[in-house]
Design a protein around this ligand. Structure first.
Ligand SMILES: Nc1ncnc2c1ncn2[C@@H]1O[C@H](COP(=O)(O)OP(=O)(O)OP(=O)(O)O)[C@@H](O)[C@H]1O
Length: 194
């Protein structure tokens, strides 16, 4: 039976970078599990790579078909952004292992949908000051930096990823992203034992 390795962590903890590095470890044979979002694409992102960039109409269509596994919305400085996971035929756990990225809430919904044993958490942590520095540096490189949105997410994450919520989700293992390569190696070791 295949597993879904699900990367979680606060904003700018390095999820996208870790995801990309794990996909390069071809010996793990992980397939992509790509979420949908209605947020605008950022410079450097590609359709179907970080997300499927879509609109609310598509979300409604998936809802009508009954294949939305989880959906969440954020009231941002730029309007409401939706993120959702749909059972769109991507995942076949009889065949493969998958790698996904999400929130604590979506992790719980995935476990509910695919079964407790099918979903394994990969929780990434970075010291807050360092993480804010990384977030700011990343934002500065954008053509149109969204500093207010960056701050909103930083504050919202402190609530969404509170210690209480992490423990409630049953997450006991955390991977520290100090040096990216060391962190990736540790996760590779963990995946191989699952
Ligand atoms: N170990 C590291 N050392 C230094 N910088 C890092 C490290 N890991 C990631 N970064 C940098 O931190 C920034 C955030 O990384 P990334 O975009 O992967 O985070 P994320 O968790 O996917 O963020 P978000 O949830 O906000 O999209 C990037 O600019 C990346 O280059």
């Amino acid at each position: 039976m295949g597993k879904i390795f699900y990367i979680m962590g606060k904003s700018a903890s390095g999820k996208d970078h870790i995801y990309a590095r794990l996909m390069q470890h071809t010996e793990l044979n992980l397939k992509k599990m790509v979420l949908y979002t209605t947020r605008p694409i950022r410079d450097g992102e590609e359709e179907g790579k970080q997300y499927f960039f879509t609109d609310e109409e598509k979300l409604k269509e998936f809802r009508r078909k009954g294949c939305v596994i989880e959906a969440r919305s954020y009231s941002t400085m730029h309007g409401i952004w939706y993120y959702f996971t749909a059972d769109d035929g991507q995942v076949d756990l009889t065949q493969d292992d998958y790698l996904g990225i999400g929130t604590l809430e979506s992790y719980l919904k995935l476990k509910n949908y695919y079964g407790e044993d099918a979903v394994r958490p990969v929780y990434i942590e970075v010291e807050d000051g360092e993480r804010l520095t990384r977030a700011l540096n990343r934002e500065k490189e954008q053509e149109k930096p969204k500093y207010e949105e960056m701050c909103r997410r930083f504050l919202a994450d402190q609530v969404d990823f509170s210690e209480e919520n992490i423990l409630k989700a049953g997450i006991w293992k955390r991977f520290q992203n100090v040096e990216l390569e060391d962190c990736v190696e540790e996760i590779v070791g963990y995946i191989k034992t699952q």
